[in-house]
Design a protein around this ligand. Structure first.
Ligand code: AMP
Length: 305
């Protein structure tokens, strides 16, 4: 498929793969005192991605969506080769959303032959995904920092669907004083509750039914929590039971942990602080799951408030 280096139609987004040209385009907007929002994606766009784009539009004058299946965040034996690539459909969807620019670099445009500099990710990357995908967040932090440098947007929008990823990027931004504000948007779900994911298209009809247990088990934990259960271990057992009843192939983790550090609680989940501000209650715990359904690894999470 041919991709133009730069194309500028009236409504179609500018499509660009060259980092220098993309950066110049963003600089021109910022110099004109316009606000730019970045939505980083790996493509194979679904309604969850498009919701991020709509939210980004509320935060800025121009939305840039990056599409790049980043090789450095996939481990050996993971689905890098088979990851869905649907560039033409993605572009059409983004045109409907009046996105200003799509930054879609090739591998060599992001990683030169002699590429060798990586970001060492923050501590919050170590539990959960960090245990099962050891190099994953190194690749994520590296590509996100590169994207922030190429698209120096004032705001970047991420999804809660990848909760640990959002926490990792928040800490990287704080630790490295990156001049960008982050916005994290709620997970968009299918009508039956399954979190939307580019990987859902791997599921056959039987697996698609089975996958429902993931969101159901999180809802079950939220109900137990709402009913007064404050033992993280009890909540984790309830989640595991629901997943096992559905015969999911493997559970990497089913954890109820501190929503900031993602570390286990020493004791029961602390009580919520009451506020009179009218703001939503602060989450006191987060339940996170990574489970294999067939040969597909799915993740989901729910804040307990
Ligand atoms: P990905 O293309 O999977 O790398 O995801 C790109 C961005 O979209 C990340 O910030 C994800 O957290 C976010 N995202 C993915 N799925 C959803 C969803 N179902 N709801 C909201 N955001 C999502």
């Amino acid at each position: 498929m041919m991709r133009p280096t730069v194309s500028d139609h009236r409504s179609a987004p500018v499509v660009c793969g060259n980092p220098q040209i993309a950066r110049d385009w963003v600089h021109a907007k910022i110099t004109a005192s316009e606000r730019v929002a970045l939505v980083p994606t790996m493509g194979a766009l679904h309604a969850g991605h498009l919701e991020l784009v709509r939210n980004a539009k509320l935060l800025a004058d121009h939305v840039v969506v990056s599409i790049f299946v980043n090789p450095t965040q996939f481990g050996p034996g993971e689905d890098y080769q088979r990851y869905p690539r649907t560039f033409d459909d993605d572009l059409q969807a983004l045109e409907q959303e009046a996105v200003a620019m799509v930054f879609a670099p090739t591998g060599p445009e992001m990683y030169s032959d002699r590429f060798s500099t990586y970001v060492s990710p923050p501590a919050v990357s170590e539990p959960l995904e960090g245990k099962f995908r050891p190099e994953h967040f190194r690749g994520v932090c590296t590509v996100v920092l590169k994207l922030f440098n190429i698209i120096p947007a004032q705001v970047a929008v991420f999804g809660q669907k990848d909760y640990q990823q959002a926490r990792v990027i928040e800490d990287m931004v704080r630790d490295l004083d990156l001049p960008v504000t982050l916005a994290v948007m709620p997970t968009v779900r299918e009508p039956d509750g399954l979190a939307m994911s580019s990987r859902n298209r791997y599921l056959n009809p039987v697996e698609r039914m089975k996958a429902l247990a993931i969101s159901q088990s999180l809802r079950r934990a939220a109900e137990l929590y709402a009913g007064g259960q404050r033992s993280a271990a009890e909540l984790e057992s309830a989640i595991q039971e629901t997943l096992q009843d559905a015969a999911v192939e493997r559970i990497d983790y089913a954890a109820v942990v501190d929503p900031v550090t993602l570390l286990p609680f020493d004791r029961d989940i602390p009580l919520e602080r009451k506020t009179d501000s009218g703001l939503p209650p602060t989450p006191v715990a987060v339940a996170l799951i990574a489970a294999h359904v067939g040969s597909t690894r799915l993740i989901d999470n729910l804040l307990l408030t």
